[in-house]
Design a protein around this ligand. Sequence first.
Ligand code: SAM
Length: 213
Amino acid sequence: MRQRNKPWAKEKLHEYKDIVISEPENQKGNWHEIFNNNNPIYIEVGTGKGQFISQMAKKNPDGNFIGIELSASVIVTALDKVLETEVENVRLLNVNAEKLTDYFSESEISRVFLNFSDPWPKNRHEKRRLMYSDFLSVYETILKPEGEVHFKTDNQALFEYSIYSFSNYGMIIKNVSLDLHKSDFENNVMTEYEEKFSEKGNRIYRCEAQFRN
Ligand code: SAM
């Protein structure tokens, strides 16, 4: 995501430390304490400007949602969305998803969402794709047994790579849609990228991939 650098972003994130958790490693295994309930915890990796995570939280008050985003200049907009939406069941982490096992213990997470992940089209950048096998291993560790990754994109090549990577890892691929907005999938929550690319006429691909026990 190309984004203007916002030098003040880190300071603002720090001001809202009830929402943007600054030392997530201290919370490992105890995220339910932060949410003050035992509801399932869902994470979105590469949450961007936060529309999906805040709308999902609003529509699903019985779930807890955590947005993971590398860029402070981007996640600061997600913070504004969370504040605007007035949802209490969202937290944000300004961290690299590579390190998720430092922040969550085994089986602590109920689902991983990947939405419009950066495609990194060059072969030499394959390891940066959020569905590369090293990332899948991280998700498998923190997800409950038979946990699922739900993935959407408008990028056909990335979608094909993802199906390859999920199945190569031994995951079960389910509910594949090659044109989500023309399918009978209900309760779709749009992301910023999804709005932008579907307005241009791009079709949206979606699938679910489940780890085997
Ligand atoms: N999900 C949003 C949407 O659909 O509108 C944003 C999509 S944007 C193309 C991808 C986002 O993933 C960027 O904001 C980028 O900073 C973030 N990202 C990429 N690699 C990441 C990583 N390893 N850890 C955390 N965030 C990452």
